[in-house]
Each structure stands twice: as structure tokens, then as C-alpha cells.
Design a protein around this ligand. Structure first.
Ligand SMILES: C[S@@+](CC[C@H](N)C(=O)[O-])C[C@H]1O[C@@H](n2cnc3c(N)ncnc32)[C@H](O)[C@@H]1O
Length: 353
């Protein structure tokens, strides 16, 4: 187990001892699974509690605020459902997300990869995306978008919020979210997407139809959102009317690479380069996921992940290496966003060779 000491929620985090036990067993990587929209809708609890997540922006707007499901609420859901929810590999001990909900920044390689927490660089990505020319919220419309290692999914949640604020479109937009852990997608990522829809004009008709059940659609306020059959059906209706297709997959990067048969125009990933030995699999996935014509492939990361050895130099070295060239996956990284204060952070745009 290791823990990075500079995430946005680290103040709240303590390190328990019992999780060391989880690493005792030989761990097999999680295999690939698609989670359908119906499965994720079914997995929602009757009520979601949420809090505002302010995101600093470089633009004159200064801050964007997204609503994010509270971790304590996800914990409550798991406890009320009886605990063990994570599909496990044959050789690993059964593991519940409950083990990690109290300590979301503790990473146990091959078991839990940190997706319950929002990491700083995902907010940097939101800032970068916010700076793109986006007339009438149309930039993302009609695009194939993949977020690799999404965790709480703030960049995709931001994109979906923009799409829900935009006009109805004939062009189909695809947003595909991947996380190592299915429980992260179920407990946090998907509820955050529901909240993005709820806070947008796309939910206005639903809100007007059930005013007694509806908190104010204001992402700067904490609140509780009742999840009713009518809300689920209104959400699905908005996806159809906005021509938005959602896909969710869990499992290792190798397993997604083997199953991926769609190319994306926009490929995003943040805080995923911390482990040096995992870099070839990540880079091979990013390469396979990108269209051949001018994809926007963005990797947001800290300059160095203390204690684990990974960081931007290692990533760039691997990206440009002979080994990746032999696999047809070599590329160049251009820095397009940078913050030098404290532990340096960058966003790199990848150009494939
Ligand atoms: C530190 S978290 C970052 C989460 C999110 N991108 C953020 O910045 O808030 C790392 C993410 O990478 C993914 N990940 C790490 N190693 C992985 C692997 N070998 N295969 C698949 N996913 C992996 C996990 O899904 C996890 O959510």
C-alpha cells in the first residue's frame, strides 16, 4: 500500500493498518467488464447526498463548481447493502470498497487504484477543457471521448454538464469512462454524472414535474437528491434527446486495450502515471484509443510521485522509448498547461509518431 501526501482531500485522511493485509495475497489484475447504463441506474440508492467541489479556473470566471457525491454517503450505501460489492479475481481475497472509502488516497496495487478520491490534476484538466473554444457548448458535441482511469470522473462530468447545457444535437456524442474498480464507477462516477445532469437545464422538465422532491439545482450548495424511477427515466430521456451515449468499463488497462474497438477524438487521463511499471500498458491503451487524425490526447500529472518513482520524466522517457516504438505506440509529449507552485503539475498533449 502507498499513499501520496498531496491530494486535495489529504487533510481528512488517516492511514489504517489493516489494509496492509490486502497485499499479502498474490494479486491478479482485474479483468475487463462493461457496466451497462441499466446496471448503473439499478445500483443507485434511493437518495444521494452531495457537496460542492469548487474548481479553480485560469479564466476570468475564476471558479467552476461541480456537485460531487459525498464519500460518507457511498459508505452508507455499501453498509446498508451488506458490504462486499467488488467482483474479485480468483486468487485475491474478497475486497469491499468499504476498505477504501475512509482512506480513498491509499492505493493497494492491483486491488484498489485510488479512484474514490478526486485528485488535483483532474481539476487541472477541467481548467484546460474550460479554456477550449466552446461556442454554444458545442465543442464536445459529436465527439468520441474516453477518460482513462477516471475515478470520480470530474473532467467527463464537466464535459457532460456542458453537453447537457447545450442545445439538442443530431450528432451522436460518446463518453466512455474507465476505472480499475467497478465499485468506483457504481458508487461515485455514475452518481456524479446524474448530479451533473440534475444541475443542468436538461433536468428542468423533470424538476417542474416533481417540485416537492427536488433540491435547488445549484451545485454550490450541499444537498440530497431523491433518486426516483421518474428521475431515472428523465435522465435516460435527456441522454436520448441530447444524443449522448455513455459507456463504462472496469478492469486493467491491458484488458481494455484488448477489448477496445472504437477510436476516440478526445482521450483524457489524470494522475495515472504514478507507477513506472504500469506505463507501457497505459501508453499502449492511449495509443490504441486515439483516432489517427488530430486526436486531443491529454495526460495530466504531477511532476514527481514521491515514494513510488513515477512522474512526468519517466512517462516521457517511456513514451519516446524504443520499446514503445516497436509496439507502434511511441509519441511525443508537449506541455500545454503548467503549475509550478508546490509539487509541480502539468498537462501534456500527446502527439503519436
Ligand atoms: C490516483 S487515481 C486518479 C483518479 C482520477 N483520474 C483523478 O485524477 O481524480 C488513478 C486511477 O487510475 C486507474 N488505474 C491505475 N492503475 C490502473 C491499471 N493498471 N489498470 C487500470 N486502471 C488503473 C484507476 O482506475 C484509478 O482511478
Amino acid at each position: 500500500m502507498f499513499k501520496f501526501d498531496f491530494g486535495i482531500e489529504d487533510d481528512e485522511v488517516t492511514v489504517p493498518q489493516q489494509e496492509a493485509d490486502l497485499t499479502q495475497n498474490e494479486v491478479q489484475p482485474e479483468t475487463f467488464a462493461n457496466l451497462s447504463l441499466a446496471q448503473l441506474l439499478d445500483a443507485l440508492p434511493p437518495l444521494i447526498s452531495y457537496s460542492p467541489l469548487p474548481i479553480p479556473l485560469s479564466s476570468r470566471r475564476e471558479t467552476a463548481t461541480l456537485a460531487r457525491r459525498d464519500l460518507f454517503d457511498a459508505r452508507f450505501q455499501l453498509i446498508s447493502e451488506g458490504g462486499n460489492d467488488e467482483p474479485t479475481t480468483e486468487s485475491s481475497a474478497p475486497v469491499s470498497a468499504l476498505n477504501f472509502l475512509d482512506v480513498p488516497s491509499d492505493i493497494v496495487p492491483g486491488v484498489y487504484e485510488g479512484g474514490l478520491k478526486t485528485w488535483e490534476c483532474s481539476l487541472d484538466l477541467v481548467d484546460y477543457l474550460d479554456g477550449l473554444e466552446n461556442p454554444g457548448n458545442s465543442y464536445f458535441s459529436g465527439k468520441h471521448i474516453l477518460e482513462v482511469g477516471c475515478g470520480t470522473g470530474m473532467p467527463s462530468v464537466y464535459i457532460l454538464y456542458q453537453l447537457f447545457c447545450g442545445s439538442l444535437s443530431n450528432a451522436s456524442t460518446y463518453v466512455h469512462l474507465q476505472d480499475y474498480n467497478a465499485s468506483v464507477l457504481k458508487l461515485i462516477t455514475f452518481p456524479n454524472i446524474i448530479l451533473a445532469w440534475y444541475m443542468s437545464p436538461a433536468s428542468a422538465e423533470y424538476r417542474a414535474s416533481a417540485p416537492e422532491e427536488c433540491p435547488p439545482p445549484d451545485s454550490t450548495l450541499p444537498g440530497e437528491l431523491p433518486i426516483t424511477p421518474a428521475l431515472k427515466s428523465a435522465f435516460s430521456g435527456s441522454l436520448t434527446s441530447h444524443n449522448i451515449n455513455l459507456a463504462f468499463s472496469s478492469g486493467s488497462w491491458e484488458s481494455l486495450t484488448a477489448h477496445l474497438d472504437v477510436k476516440s477524438d478526445i482521450v483524457l487521463t489524470s494522475e495515472t502515471i504514478y507507477r513506472t511499471e504500469a506505463l507501457p500498458a497505459l501508453i499502449a491503451l492511449l495509443r490504441k484509443a486515439c483516432t489517427n487524425t488530430q486526436p486531443l490526447c491529454l495526460v495530466a500529472a504531477k511532476v514527481l510521485y514521491f515514494g513510488v518513482g513515477g512522474g512526468i520524466s519517466e512517462f516521457v522517457r517511456t513514451l519516446e522509448s524504443k520499446g514503445m516504438a516497436l509496439r507502434g505506440c511511441a509519441g511525443k509529449a508537449e506541455s500545454v498547461w503548467e503549475r509550478k507552485l508546490g509539487v509541480g503539475r502539468k498537462i501534456m498533449r500527446i502527439e503519436w509518431a
